[in-house]
Ligand binder design. Structure first.
Ligand code: SF4
Ligand code: ZN
Length: 421
């Protein structure tokens, strides 16, 4: 017999209404990740016999044992689930929910996913008695509650011991992330018969619809085509729905009649046309949880991309936050687009405008993150070796002239492409 848990044993409130809550530096008690410390999260299916149901383990110091200002700790959240209907393909779907469950918690902010997660706990929540074990209680209860068709047993490990966080990342998390990416890499948009929509973010961006394809993941970076498919299988009336690929209007821009109709219906009539592969013409809307934003830089005939973790100015004169405020909210903003990190190296990344060869500037950290795959794609598309090195970054220049000089020096392909505007 399964019991539905309604009351959570935590000292703060828990409700979807807290999702949009931001915790500013001054109100923050402690933070994890966000490029300052290592932080990652993983849901892993294991044999139910290896799970002690409702076990919550804290490995390393708790948040009341940390000195310093601002307080920081590394963090690994490992949720192990088991059940006879559980499948490995469902893992990323459950894992993405960590983001929502933590954000539903009053005084807790969660951004990102996998090994880009960034978590803040507010002073008020700490004073009310919120500790790490409560994260475990929330995740345990919600996994059992919301995924009762597949999760029979669940245990949670919360690790703040720096050495263990690194060691388990290499041993447990990275192989999983890699295997998921590799499975996805073998799929192409033109060899599947359905795409999926994701409406999870309509709770705060009511007109926003992500169309998720094998080569274009959801802009949060956490919902791949395989994940959307698994979400649909887990819950056929849930947030991800299949979209037929019919009535091709423009192959290069990625426009289909059936997709437009789906988006129109799901956005409540707000958006009636989208081009999957264009940033200039009817780009997909952005909610607010994009990992990156691409924006045109007319002087360079290309786009800059900035990731959420980068807090400096970009060559278009705006920071990530400033770009986010004009890109988010579920509206179409031609020339600007939120997207996942993984999309950058996709052949479909703004392919209507020439593809990833349009990228002229990215923060160095992001360049390093995408380098391997991006170089491979650029070689395939343009026959260019080491394309990532042609892209400018903040260590080279952030002023438009400096960027353009660098591109000229490197013979960057964007300079030779059709005018973007
Ligand atoms: Fe779904 Fe898109 Fe929101 Fe990600 S950003 S959860 S894919 S709607
Ligand atoms: Zn979103």
């Amino acid at each position: 017999i399964k019991i539905k848990i309604t009351e959570l044993p935590i000292p703060v409130a828990f409700a979807p209404a807290f999702e949009g809550e931001r915790i500013r530096k001054d109100d923050m008690y402690i933070e994890f990740g966000g490029n300052k410390t290592e932080a990652w999260e993983l849901v892993k299916s294991v044999d139910p016999s290896e799970i002690e149901d409702h076990k919550i383990e804290i490995i390393g110091p708790d948040i009341d044992e940390v000195e310093g200002d601002p307080k920081r700790l590394p963090l690994a959240i490992m949720v192990e689930v088991g059940g006879k209907n559980m499948q490995e393909d469902f893992e990323p779907v459950l894992e993405r929910r960590i983001h929502y469950f933590m954000n539903y918690t009053e005084g807790v902010m969660h951004v990102g996913q996998r090994d880009t997660s960034w978590i803040r706990i507010g002073k008020e929540a700490f004073e009310k008695g919120f500790r790490l074990k409560h994260i475990g209680e929330i995740l345990y209860a919600k996994m059992i509650d919301e995924f009762d068709s597949v999760v029979d047993k669940c245990q949670v490990k919360i690790i703040t011991d720096a050495e263990k966080v690194s060691e388990l990342k290499q041993k447990e998390a990275e192989p999983k992330y890699r295997a998921r990416d590799e499975r996805l890499a073998s799929l192409r948009d033109d060899n599947v018969d359905k795409f999926y929509s994701c409406l999870l973010c309509q709770s705060f961006a009511p007109a926003h619809v992500c169309i998720v394809t094998p080569e274009r993941l959801g802009l949060c970076g956490a919902v791949s085509w395989l994940d959307a498919k698994a979400t649909y299988e887990l819950d056929p009336t849930g947030p991800c729905q299949p979209v037929e690929i019919e009535g091709l209007e423009d192959e290069v821009k990625g426009i289909w009649k059936s997709i437009n109709e789906h988006v129109e219906q799901k956005s409540g009539g707000q958006i009636s046309r989208i081009s999957l592969y264009s940033i200039m013409e009817d780009p997909m809307t952005s909610c607010g949880c994009f990992e990156c934003i691409a924006g045109i830089m007319p002087e360079a005939n290309g786009v800059i991309i900035v990731n959420r973790e980068f807090d400096g100015a970009t060559p278009v004169g705006m920071t990530f936050g400033e770009l986010a405020s004009m890109t988010g909210g579920g509206v179409q903003t031609p020339g600007f687009m939120g997207h996942g990190r993984y999309f950058i190296s996709s052949r479909k990344f703004m392919s209507a405008e020439g593809g990833p060869g349009r990228i002229v500037w990215m923060p160095k950290e992001l360049k390093d993150y995408v380098r391997e795959n991006l170089d491979k794609t650029a070689k395939e598309l343009y026959g260019i070796d080491n394309f990532t090195d042609m892209i400018c970054d903040e260590t080279i220049a952030t002023d438009p002239d400096g960027v353009v000089n660098y591109l000229q020096e490197k013979g960057h392909p964007a300079l030779e492409m059709d005018p973007l505007m």
